[in-house]
Each structure stands twice: as structure tokens, then as C-alpha cells.
Design a protein around this ligand. Structure first.
Ligand code: ADP
Ligand code: MG
Length: 692
């Protein structure tokens, strides 16, 4: 083979003595190249043992022993003969059994020295092997090798673990030649980490368990480092070279803004407002995460910041993850800004083309001060005259690449990301390392605790009796059901059907309204208006009401098919009540259709704290799903379990900062491999911004 053809990590798998058909199976598990292959890590190990003394044979594993045959017997039975032999060494006796073993008569006899291999089972304390593989050996034959630790790979029907092992075994040397070190020797020594090559060897072909552990530790470190470096670079990419508009604020402006709010800000809101104000007064773009439980009053804080922007002749954009939520925000803000000179507009994909043109024109001319929409608003063909502040609601799904993209051309707005699902500490450290965090850790005064009860399907009637009693006392209620499909058509059907059923049955005689995603913005607004003005007793809705609905007189929320909702979603919906002076209730109706569903419903009845809910959610779903599968835009960890690896995470964070301090652009020749790895994972743009 010519020298040039030496495999690289990019060499396709079907060039590695793997058939086309098998290559397809490899592709199905994401292995397309040699690099992917060596990045396919074992899920565990199994030991293939070497020869042992009989007295040391363990149960239920394939093992090898040797000894002298001291007795043989052949037992005739109607079901076929059984050949038995006893193997003996100085440490004990092993009983050997072969069913239908007539053929062994005369082959195995006392005095022979045998080596046998088979699975050992104990009967009455005597080790036994059935159908052992055997060979006669000379008395001085050397012992059979050392224990072999064999990697067990995540397998599929067409791709057994052993086959994967073989392919890796025959290609690992070629692969290792291409593995380059990422970090300086001094750092590795300080952290007691093995080299990258040793790590790849050790994770696939450990000779001792300790070696596999060390290998894993190193590779986890690499994963965490890569993520940390990506995050720090992305932050710098937004912040370092980019300048943001300085926004000024004085006492007068502060007073004017506060006058818009019908209440006094809580101490926690005040604190976060000042954290934000401090950021946006600076010329570097803000990257801040605002977390606060449902009902903690994030919207006002966001509105405060937007009004500062507007007063500074800047535009602000409020982005929600879905169009429905964008509409909700639009409705809330419009009502808070009634009678002010601030102009606010909503753009979603449902905005009619003609109207959209007008809105876009207003934005481009700077006539609109606040734009509300989804993230598409920033990506699409919409131009802003002078966008100074971007607020992203309910969004842990902002990927590193997107974060980098968000910047303008040498000019960046300030960014505030809000979330009601508090980010557990580990996740905050790993996924939001490039953000400063503000937390609203206090609920507004008068906030009511919400008593949560889980009713099984057959107890459903009780929920509606309870609703009737509350309505009789002058209160109002929500009934929420799951969204059945993405486009919302079934959702509408199910809400309509439920509306019919309830109005003729359980809720007969009450005044009902219905709200679902298919209603136009005006219709929704009208429905909400009627409900707020108490022209209706019960609002039957889909998850449309998840965020932003605020009716103090509503004290009960019934959640139908509660088992179908995610934990944080349930928590969000529950947060629709408990907003007034009356005791409030959440009734979860649903059966524990899965174990997880049961645990979710249980968790809801046990805690009201969004923080506990988030931790439980993380435990139940794992970090990938916590962020919404695939949508978070951040690479998933292959090895690192960040719910466990907090210490390592801190170490990686520290080291990443250290490395970048020493070589801010990773431009030194020895940092090339690392730089390439980062560019591969997060995109070259992280570095482009530095050179410009
Ligand atoms: P979040 O978005 O954090 O879930 P909201 O911003 O929707 O919470 O606020 C929840 C409710 O609390 C709203 O009815 C809001 O008007 C009210 N609220 C917010 N801040 C205060 C406050 N400081 N005092 C009294 N009520 C408040
Ligand atoms: Mg909110």
C-alpha cells in the first residue's frame, strides 16, 4: 500500500475491511469513519478468565481449569446416557458432566491430565461443568494466559458487540496513530490524566479495570473541556470584539418605568433589574440568564429592560419558543403598555403577508419599539433600525452555534435569556458557562401555595365536583388537556369534543369558554378578555395557557391526561393558579401509564419548588432530554454524566479558562489539534470572529 493511503480518522469505514452491508449497519449507529469507530465507546466490560485452580473457580462464568481425572462413570437412562468424570487438583474436585456422552466412554479415563473450559455451576458446594470443552495436556503444559478484559459495545441485531470488538481490534492501531494530544504535558500531569492515545487504547482494550477507569476519566475530561472551551470562545465571540449600545438610565427614567407596573417590585426583582441595568450600561453585550420559578415575575423584569432600551432610542425584541407563547407575551405586554407611547408589534408565521410587510417596514424604520415573535424573527428577512436588546423566553435550547450567530456585524445587541425551569447547578455550569446568571428566588407577596392532588382516571368525577364547588364560591377554573399532535388539528378536535362532553355532563349549567392554538390572535384575546372579566367560569384549553395567563380569580386547574405531560410542563401549567388572594388547587387526572409518568405525578404532589422539579426532571429524563432532544444545539456528551461529574466539570472549567488565557486564540502550533477539534464541533465561526 502506498504511504499516502495510510488511514486517517476520516477514512470511511468501508475501506477498513468492513463489507458494504456491514458498513451500512455501522452507519445506522453513527459510525462512518475510522474516527467515529474509535469514538464508539464500550458500555461495559466482561472478563474472560485464565486458567485457575479448581478451588478458586467462581460460579456462573466461563472458566478454565486443569487436573487429573480420578473417576469416570456412565449412567444409562431412558433419555440417553450421561457421562460423568471427576477432575482433581490439589485445591479441590470438579465434577464434569456430558449428557448423551456415550461417545466419551473409553476416551476419557482415570489418570489423564485434562484442561477443561466451561461455565461453572455449584451443586451442593461442588463445582460442576456441563459439556466442558476439553483437551488432554502434558503434565508440564504451561498455564493459559492472563485474564482478558473484553469490551462490550452497544450492539444492534445486525451489529453484535463481538463483531464491533473485532473491527475495533483490527483497526485500533491505525486509529491510535492518528490520535493527537490536545493538552500540554504539564496540565495532564497536574490533573493526573493519561495521554489521549493511552486513553483510547485503555477504553477499548484495557488490560486492567483500573486502566479502563483512567481512560474514561481522561475522555470525560476531554468532553467537558471541549464544551467549556466552546462556551468561553462563543462568549468572547459575542462580547470581545463586538460592541453593544450603552444604555443610560437615571432616577427619572427608573421612576417612569416603575409607574407602569401596578405593584412594587419584590426585592429579588429589584436585584435582578439592577444586575441587568449594570450590564446594559456597558459597551460589551450582555449575556445573562434570568431564572425564576413560574410566577416569580420575570415578565416585568424583562419589560423594565425593554423600556430602558426604548428610552435610549433602541428597539427591543422578545422571542418565545413557539408562536403561541409569542402571542401570549404580546397580549400581556400590550395590556401593560396601554396608554403609553411605546409601540409594540407581533410577527409570527401566521401574520398575513401584507400585514407582515407593514410590520417589517415599521421595524426597519424604527417606528416599532418592541417586536414580539419567535426566534425566526432574528434569522429571517426582518431588519431592525437599531436593535439594542434581545430577550429570549423559556429557552434553554439555544445552541452554541446559534449563540455565535446571534451577533451582528461587529455590533451586537444585549442578550437576556429567561427560563422558568431553573437550570440545575451542573447544567448551568456546563451549558450556560458563557452566561452570567440572575435568579429571582422569591415569589410576589400574596402568592398562594397550590395544593396538588393526583386523581386516577376513575376518580375523574371528583375533579369536576370540586370545580363546581369552587365556581359556586365565585371562583374560576382551568381545564387543560394535552396537545395531541404538532399541527394542533387534533388538539382542536379534542378540545372541542371535551367542551361538548363537559358542557352536557360534568360542567352542565356553568359558563364555559374554549381556547386552543387554532384560534386567531384576536379570538384568543377576546376569549381571555371574557374570562378575565368573569363572563365565564371555566376555560377549557390546551397547553396554550402554559405561559402568561394571569387571572387572579382562577383557583383550580384540572389537568386531564396529566401522565402525558412532562414534569416542567405540569409545573408551568400549575403556575396558572395561585396568583390571587384565594387558596388554589391543582388536580392531576391520569393513570400511571408508565413508571416515569407515575414518578412525575408523584413528584408534582410532593413539591412546589421549581428547583426541585427541575432536579427531578433531570434525574428522570437525563440532560439530553432536559433541553429537548436534539434541539439544544449543544453536542451531547458520550461519556460524561454531568449529573455525577460536577467536580470534573469544575476542573475543566478552570483549565479551559487557563488555556485560553495563555493562548487566547489557540493559535500556538501545539494547540492546533485542539483548535481543530473545537472548530469541528462548534464551527469555525468561533475563531473567525477573533481574526477580523
Ligand atoms: P413568570 O413569567 O416569572 O412566570 P410573571 O411575570 O407572569 O411570572 O408574573 C406572575 C404574576 O405575578 C403576574 O400576575 C404578575 O403581574 C405578578 N407580579 C409580578 N411581580 C409582582 C410583584 N412585585 N408584586 C405583585 N405581583 C407581581
Ligand atoms: Mg413568563
Amino acid at each position: 500500500m502506498p504511504f499516502d493511503d495510510a488511514p486517517t480518522l476520516a477514512t470511511p469505514i468501508d475501506k477498513l475491511s468492513v463489507s458494504k452491508a456491514r458498513a451500512k449497519c455501522f452507519a445506522d449507529v453513527g459510525i462512518n469513519t475510522l474516527g467515529d469507530l474509535i469514538d464508539y465507546f464500550p458500555r461495559g466490560y466482561q472478563v474472560e478468565r485464565a486458567e485457575r485452580p479448581i478451588g478458586e473457580l467462581g460460579p456462573n462464568q466461563i472458566q478454565i481449569a486443569r487436573g487429573e481425572i480420578v473417576a469416570v462413570d456412565y449412567i444409562v437412562s431412558p433419555r440417553g446416557g450421561r457421562f460423568e468424570a471427576t477432575l482433581s487438583d490439589p485445591t479441590g474436585k470438579l465434577s464434569l458432566v456430558w449428557f448423551n456422552g456415550a461417545y466419551l466412554r473409553g476416551k476419557i479415563h482415570p489418570g489423564m491430565i485434562l484442561r477443561v473450559k466451561g461455565k461453572v455451576q455449584y451443586f451442593r458446594n461442588i463445582p460442576q461443568m456441563s459439556h466442558a470443552k476439553w483437551e488432554e495436556i502434558p503434565p508440564d503444559a504451561p498455564l493459559v494466559g492472563e485474564d482478558l478484559i473484553r469490551s462490550v459495545y452497544p450492539a444492534t441485531a445486525k451489529l453484535p458487540s463481538l463483531y464491533i470488538w473485532k473491527v475495533i481490534d483490527s483497526n485500533i492501531d491505525a486509529g491510535l496513530k492518528c490520535v493527537e494530544e490536545w493538552f500540554p504535558a504539564g496540565l495532564l500531569k497536574q490533573r493526573r490524566l493519561v495521554s489521549r492515545r493511552e486513553a483510547y487504547r485503555g477504553i477499548h482494550q484495557p488490560t486492567r479495570f483500573a486502566e479502563a477507569r483512567e481512560a474514561r476519566r481522561r475522555l470525560v475530561y476531554d468532553e467537558l473541556m471541549l464544551m467549556q472551551l466552546g462556551l468561553v470562545l462563543s462568549k468572547r465571540c459575542r462580547g470581545g470584539r463586538l460592541s453593544a449600545p450603552r444604555m443610560l438610565i437615571d432616577r427619572l427614567l427608573d421612576e417612569r418605568i416603575r409607574k407602569r407596573f401596578p405593584f412594587k417590585l419584590t426585592a429579588a426583582q429589584d436585584r435582578t433589574v439592577w444586575e441587568i441595568v449594570r450590564d446594559i450600561q456597558a459597551a460589551a453585550p450582555m449575556s445573562r440568564l434570568l431564572q425564576g420559578d413560574v410566577g416569580s415575575g420575570k415578565t416585568v423584569v424583562a419589560l423594565y429592560a425593554m423600556l430602558v432600551a426604548v428610552a435610549n432610542k433602541m428597539q427591543a425584541a422578545l422571542l418565545a419558543p413557539t408562536e403561541v407563547l409569542a402571542e401570549q407575551h404580546y397580549l400581556t405586554l400590550t395590556s401593560m403598555l396601554q396608554g403609553s407611547a411605546v409601540s409594540i408589534e407581533l410577527i409570527t408565521s401566521r401574520t398575513k403577508q401584507k400585514a407582515k410587510g407593514a410590520v417589517q417596514k415599521h421595524l426597519a424604520e424604527g417606528k416599532t419599539h418592541i417586536a414580539v415573535g419567535t426566534q425566526a424573527l432574528l434569522r429571517g428577512d426582518t431588519d431592525f433600525a437599531n436593535l439594542g436588546l434581545v430577550i429570549i423566553d423559556e429557552q434553554h435550547k439555544l445552541g452554541v452555534m446559534q449563540r455565535a450567530e446571534l451577533k451582528g456585524k461587529g455590533f451586537s445587541p444585549h442578550y437576556l435569556v429567561m427560563t422558568a425551569t431553573p437550570i440545575p447547578r451542573t447544567l448551568a455550569l456546563s451549558y450556560f458557562a458563557d452566561f452570567d446568571v440572575s435568579t429571582i428566588d422569591e415569589l410576589p407577596p400574596g402568592h398562594q401555595p397550590i395544593q396538588t392532588t393526583w386523581l386516577r382516571g376513575e376518580q375523574r368525577g371528583q375533579a369536576y365536583e370540586f370545580v363546581r364547588r369552587q365556581v359556586a364560591q365565585g371562583r374560576q377554573a382551568f381545564v387543560v388537556m394535552p396537545q395531541i399532535d404538532e399541527n394542533g388539528l387534533d388538539e382542536m378536535r379534542s378540545v372541542k369534543a371535551e367542551f361538548e362532553v363537559l358542557s352536557r355532563g360534568e360542567l352542565k349549567g356553568l359558563r364555559l369558554e374554549m381556547l386552543h392554538g387554532q384560534l386567531g390572535t384576536d379570538e384568543k384575546q377576546a376569549v381571555m378578555q371574557r374570562f378575565r372579566e368573569r363572563q365565564a367560569d371555566v376555560l377549557i384549553a390546551t397547553t396554550v395557557i402554559e405561559v402568561g395567563i394571569d387571572v387572579a380569580n382562577a383557583t383550580v386547574v384540572v389537568i386531564e391526561n396529566a401522565d402525558r405531560f412532562g414534569l416542567s410542563q405540569l409545573h408551568q401549567i400549575r403556575g396558572r393558579v395561585g396568583r390571587g388572594e384565594h387558596a388554589s388547587y391543582c388536580l392531576l387526572v391520569g393513570d400511571a401509564t408508565t413508571e416515569d409518568a407515575g414518578q412525575r405525578l408523584q413528584a408534582m404532589t410532593q413539591t412546589q419548588s421549581g428547583f426541585d422539579i427541575a432536579e427531578a426532571d433531570l434525574r428522570l429524563r437525563g440532560p439530553g432530554d432536559f433541553f429537548g432532544t436534539r434541539q439544544h444545539g449543544l453536542p451531547a456528551f458520550k461519556l460524561a454524566d454531568i449529573t455525577q461529574e460536577i467536580e470534573m466539570l469544575k476542573v475543566a472549567r478552570e483549565d479551559a479558562l487557563g488555556l485560553l488565557q495563555a493562548d487566547p486564540n489557540l493559535a500556538a502550533p501545539e494547540n492546533r489539534p485542539l483548535r481543530q477539534a473545537i472548530a469541528r464541533q462548534f464551527g469555525e465561526s468561533l475563531f473567525l470572529a477573533q481574526v477580523g
